[in-house]
Design a protein around this ligand. Structure first.
Ligand code: ADP
Ligand code: MG
Length: 683
């Protein structure tokens, strides 16, 4: 294969490399390194200076040094556990090279008596003599030992020497790829090519040079590739022609007038943006992003109503039955009686389901609510015009595209997420969609007051809870997720349940990872209708469900959670008109840094601000919703530190979109960095 200008070399199996057999390949595969390209991003962690540093007399004990010596005498004791030894000298002194587990023949070969040999390794001192144990990089030619030597965090089973050999081989054979960036972008990075940038990346002297041209260019490549893929998907969806909907604004406003509240400016703005999509002859593919409690549901229901009034059916998908039911109930309440709304529930029996399916097929149902079950194959519509998906932040790009395809050409798509994330992440994760944001919260909402409390002060908390229960209020009690694996997380919740149930008999219920789905829905429903007062749970309580009567949330071991997560948990209260309280419990006094974090939470109720801060503190990988999203992490790019690169990439992407430029030249970039399945149908 001609490697020199072909990116495909980089996507070859690792066994294409000399010295890599099945065994090494499998070791690396375990580390998710599947091809040569993947290996490029395992960067040297540090370097060792192996320049000729010393004569024996000047050796520094404990440091890695390189010396040229002459082997004088072997000592191969035939006793178990005693190492083989080679006594060596230079003009200034004597040193013992010690070998554990090396054969005599090998030692004779690499350290032949009387010859000048250069060795390198960590210098030891034993019984008044310098020692070099298992010396590395033995060579007769001192110039063969590189002055600086990269150290990679090694995969178990692969030696440093072998690993360096692999990397050096790749760097040597790096294909010279045609430049894909525009002149303008090349200029921004000092015109360094991709190949040169990779070479720089692996130079020991460049470790940590995040600000240098080569690093910035490579980070930009990564971001830009993602944006380009997003843009392609969006363009493709936008190109789909649909029968436009006709807006009956009078009907819509009649509903709005009858609401118990008036819509916020942001709700009105979002509704306007969505309506514009409905009446256009291009398919809508829009994300409605808004903090918990910002009032997305009513916006989406009005959208559903508008579509129905234009003669279409609507499917509303929620992540849980209880949430689907809450939306369904609200729809029945605010829409005229002649509008036919239904819910498909896992509990409805076979006969009932069949009736509903038939009605959908005959357009005898206008809006159907349900969980993901409404996207099963057997569910068919006569005239589906809109899909609404609530709390969908667990979907990745590909899943979304599939959903959009499923509804057919005439079907608009509105997704909702209650995970406010920093702008750079929104661009990355949702760049395939148009975006409406609700930032403002309904004015009547009283902000949640947030306190921090030491665990030892639990009696104060109990006293407080007692008072709240007497006032008729309900309490969430969240126990920490001790282990991500969720194997042991429920034990602490069980203990807390027993403790609280003792204090408040028959007023406490428990939810944890092992609770069956059915029980879970039952318990949540009972909590909703105020059958009991305290719900002890791990973090599995769903986002999105409205518990207007719950106004206290206690979060144990709060330092286990990130800010965004704490904010999400806190969002489960404060939905009614009562004032509400969030109590963050800590095991010990907070460090200065932890205090800073918690203060952000106390001072702000704006999920967007909190997520920005969260990301600055913890890095983007941990911000809620990103890890679970199935979207792969960037290798070099960092949404906090490379903010300007994200903005630049967005600008460049828009420029290309507007100029209708042929994007063929980006094919290697996208093939290397991103999801090949989308690019297969890229021209
Ligand atoms: P989310 O954006 O988290 O889905 P919801 O749509 O569930 O939020 O709304 C939360 C609560 O706020 C609901 O009880 C809803 O009736 C109420 N609400 C929505 N919009 C307004 C508004 N403009 N003024 C007052 N209350 C509102
Ligand atoms: Mg919601």
């Amino acid at each position: 294969m001609d490697n020199k200008s072909n990116y495909k070399y980089l996507l070859s199996d690792l066994t294409a490399l000399k010295g890599v057999g099945i065994k090494t390949m499998n070791l690396l595969k375990k580390k998710k390194i599947n091809n040569i390209f993947d290996l490029l991003w395992k960067l040297p962690k540090s370097s060792t200076d192996r320049s000729l540093s010393s004569e024996i007399i000047n050796l520094k004990i404990g440091e890695v040094q390189t010396i040229t010596i002459v082997p004088q005498k072997y000592s191969f004791p035939r006793v178990r556990n005693l190492p083989n030894k080679v006594i060596c000298t230079d003009t200034t002194g004597e040193i013992d090279c010690i070998f554990f587990n090396s054969y005599e023949g090998y030692i004779r070969k690499i350290l032949p008596l009387g010859k000048q040999i250069t060795v390198s390794g960590k210098i030891g001192y034993y019984k008044n003599k310098y020692q070099l144990t298992n010396p590395k990089y033995i060579s007769e030619d001192s110039s063969l030992i590189k002055q600086k030597h990269n150290k990679y965090s090694l995969t178990e089973g692969i030696t440093e020497k072998a690993y360096n050999k692999i990397i050096n081989q790749i760097i040597k054979n790096l294909p010279i790829l045609d430049e894909w960036h525009s002149k303008h972008i090349q200029d921004k990075f000092g015109n360094i090519s991709w190949n040169d940038a990779i070479k720089e990346l692996h130079k020991a002297d460049n470790i940590g040079s995040y600000q240098k041209n080569f690093y910035q260019r490579l980070a930009f490549d990564e971001i830009f590739s993602t944006f380009l893929v997003n843009s392609e998907i969006r363009k493709k969806i936008k190109k789909i022609k649909k029968i436009n909907k006709v807006l009956d604004i009078k009907k819509q406003n009649n509903i709005i007038k009858k609401l118990e509240f008036s819509l916020t400016n942001d709700q009105m703005k979002a509704l306007g943006e969505i309506n514009k999509d409905l009446v256009s002859s291009n398919k809508m593919f829009r994300l409605l992003q808004g903090d918990v409690g910002s009032g997305k549901t009513i916006v989406s229901l009005l959208t559903a109503y508008n579509s129905v009034n234009s003669g279409f059916q609507v499917a509303v998908m929620a992540p849980t039955e209880i949430l689907a039911r809450q939306h369904f109930t609200l729809a029945k309440k605010i829409f005229p009686k002649n509008l036919k709304v239904e819910i498909i529930s896992g509990k409805s029996d076979y006969k009932n389901k069949k009736i509903i399916l038939n009605k959908l097929l005959n357009h005898e149902i206008d809006i159907i609510f349900g969980t993901h079950a409404i996207f099963q194959k057997k569910v068919n519509f006569k005239k589906l015009g809109l899909i609404i998906i609530d709390e969908q932040h667990k979907f990745g790009v590909n899943q979304r595209k599939k959903l959009s395809d499923k509804g057919g050409d005439n079907c608009d798509v509105l997704l909702m997420t209650a995970t406010p994330i920093p702008r750079t992440l929104t661009m990355t994760m949702y760049g395939d969609m148009d975006l409406s944001i609700i930032r403002e919260k309904p004015a009547i909402r009283k902000p949640v007051i947030t306190y921090s409390k030491l665990e030892s002060k639990i009696n104060d908390i109990i006293k407080f809870i007692k008072k709240e229960i007497q006032l008729g209020n309900q309490i969430f009690w969240v126990c920490p997720l001790i282990d991500e694996s969720k194997k042991i997380d429920h034990s602490s919740a069980v203990k807390k349940f027993e403790y609280l149930n003792n204090l408040f008999p028959n007023q406490v219920a428990l939810l944890h990872g092992k609770t069956s789905l059915e029980d879970k829905e039952k318990i949540l429903n009972q909590f909703l209708i105020n059958d009991f007062k305290i719900l002890v749970s791990t973090t599995i309580i769903e986002v999105g469900i409205d518990f207007p009567n719950a106004n206290v949330i206690v979060i144990e071991n709060a330092n286990k959670f990130g800010l965004s997560q704490l904010h999400q948990l806190r969002g489960r209260i404060g939905r009614g008109d009562k004032s509400s309280t969030c109590i963050l419990m800590f095991k010990s006094n907070l460090s200065v840094n932890a205090k800073k974090r918690i203060n952000i939470l106390k001072e702000s109720n704006d999920g967007f601000i909190i997520s920005e801060e969260d990301m600055k503190i913890r890095g983007f990988g941990d911000v809620l919703g990103f890890k679970q999203s199935g979207i792969k992490n960037f290798k070099l790019a960092d949404p906090v530190h490379n903010y300007d690169l994200f903005i630049l990439a967005e600008k460049e992407m828009r420029r290309i979109e507007n100029s209708n430029e042929n994007i063929n030249k980006y094919k290697p970039l996208v093939k290397l960095y991103d999801r090949a399945d989308i690019i297969n149908d890229m021209a």
